[in-house]
Design a protein around this ligand. Structure first.
Ligand SMILES: [Cu+2]
Length: 344
C-alpha cells in the first residue's frame, strides 16, 4: 500500500520533470531553427560586402528612325546581331520625300562629295542595298532584317542632293547592342547598400531595382565616372556636377518596396559611385560602386562590427538546451538516487 503510493508520487514528479525538460528542449530547438536561418539577412545590414552582377533580361529588337527636314534622327543606331530586328522609318518631313537606303557594303563610308549621278550609278545594281524604300511626307515603313555579323552599314537618301546635304547615318550591328540588363540592390537603415558593388558589361543598358529595407533613403548614381570629388568618410560635396545631374535618382520612402529606374545606357567603361544623398548617410558608409566593363576591386575593408545577433541566438539556444538537459538528467538522477522503499 505504502509502496504503491510512494511509487506513484515519484512517478508523478518524474513525469513533471521530464515534461519540463522536454518542453525546454523543444523550445530550444525551435528557437535555434526559426531564428538562426534569418540571421544572414539581418546581419547583412552591417557586415557583408557583396557583389551584384547584371543579369540580361531582354534584347530590344524594335527600333525607329525618323526623317526630318534636316536629316535622319537618330543618325546612328546600335542594333543587335544574330536576331531579327524591325526598324520603323517614319518621314516626319511635311515637305519632302526621302528614301531610306542601306548600303549593302559593310564598314564602308560613302564620301559626302559623291555627285548625285555617281550615287545613282553606285546604287543601280539591285544587290547594292539591303533595303531601299521611298517615303512621301508623313509616310512610314517597317524593315525587318537579321544582321549575322558585327558590322557598320551606312544608310542614306538617294533623292538628289539630300545625301550631300547630310541625309545619311549608320546602323551599327554588334552582339551586345539592344541588351537590357537588370541590377538589384537594397538600402538598409544600417546605412549600407547591399550589394554595394555592382557589375555590368561594357556599354550596358541597365534597369536598377532598389528595395527599401529601411526608412527614407535615395539611390543616386553619380554621372561622372571615377568622380574624385567624393571622399569616403566625408560628407558629400555640396555641389558636385555628377550628383547634380545623376544618372539615376530613386527616392526610397517605403519599407519593403522595390523602386525601379528608367533604363540607363552607360559608356563602354567606367566606375560610378552610387550614394544615398540623405545628409550624413554617405559619410556613414551608404555608398557603393558600379563597375561597367571593369573588374571590381575586391572589398578590402570589411566592417569590424561583431555579429552580435548570431552570437546572441546561439548563446540563448545553448542556455535553453543546457537547462533542458539539466532538468531531464536531474529527474532521472533523482529517480535512481531515491528508489521506492522496499518491504523488509
Ligand atoms: Cu540613406
Amino acid at each position: 500500500m505504502q509502496r504503491s503510493a510512494a511509487g506513484s508520487r515519484w512517478h508523478r514528479l518524474d513525469r513533471r520533470r521530464v515534461l519540463k525538460g522536454g518542453v525546454l528542449l523543444v523550445a530550444g530547438i525551435v528557437w535555434l531553427a526559426v531564428l538562426l536561418p534569418q540571421v544572414p539577412s539581418v546581419t547583412a545590414q552591417g557586415v557583408r560586402n557583396e557583389i551584384g552582377y547584371a543579369e540580361l533580361t531582354s534584347v530590344v529588337t524594335r527600333f525607329s528612325v525618323n526623317t526630318t527636314a534636316l536629316g535622319y534622327a537618330p543618325s546612328s543606331l546600335a542594333v543587335p546581331t544574330d536576331r531579327s530586328i524591325t526598324l520603323t522609318i517614319h518621314n516626319l518631313d511635311a515637305n519632302a520625300t526621302h528614301t531610306f537606303t542601306v548600303y549593302a557594303k559593310a564598314n564602308t563610308t560613302i564620301p559626302t562629295n559623291t555627285t548625285p549621278g555617281a550615287l545613282a550609278a553606285l546604287f543601280a545594281p539591285a544587290n547594292s542595298s539591303l533595303v531601299n524604300v521611298s517615303l512621301a511626307p508623313g509616310a512610314w515603313a517597317n524593315w525587318t532584317y537579321n544582321f549575322s555579323q558585327p558590322a557598320s552599314y551606312e544608310f542614306l537618301s538617294l533623292v538628289p542632293y539630300q545625301f550631300q546635304a547630310g541625309f545619311y547615318g549608320f546602323l551599327n550591328a554588334s552582339s551586345g547592342a539592344g541588351s537590357v540588363y537588370s541590377l538589384n540592390t537594397s538600402a538598409y537603415d544600417s546605412l549600407r547598400f547591399i550589394p554595394n558593388t555592382l557589375v555590368a558589361p561594357p556599354g550596358a543598358t541597365v534597369v536598377f531595382h532598389v528595395t527599401d529595407r529601411g526608412t527614407v533613403h535615395t539611390f543616386t548614381i553619380d554621372s561622372i565616372s571615377n568622380d574624385t570629388n567624393l571622399t569616403v568618410g566625408q560628407a558629400l560635396p555640396t555641389s558636385d556636377p555628377g550628383l547634380q545631374n545623376p544618372l539615376v535618382d530613386l527616392h526610397l520612402s517605403t519599407t519593403g518596396t522595390t523602386y525601379t529606374s528608367a533604363p540607363v545606357t552607360f559608356p563602354k567603361h567606367g566606375v560610378f559611385w552610387f550614394v544615398c544623398t540623405i545628409p550624413g548617410h554617405f559619410q556613414a558608409g551608404m555608398y557603393g560602386f558600379l563597375y561597367v566593363g571593369a573588374t571590381p576591386t575586391p572589398p578590402t575593408t570589411i566592417p569590424t562590427q561583431v555579429n552580435v545577433l548570431q552570437v546572441g541566438i546561439i548563446a540563448v539556444s545553448a542556455v535553453i538546451l543546457g537547462v533542458a538537459a539539466f532538468v531531464l538528467l536531474a529527474g532521472m538522477g533523482e529517480r535512481v538516487r531515491v528508489p521506492p522503499p522496499r518491504r523488509s
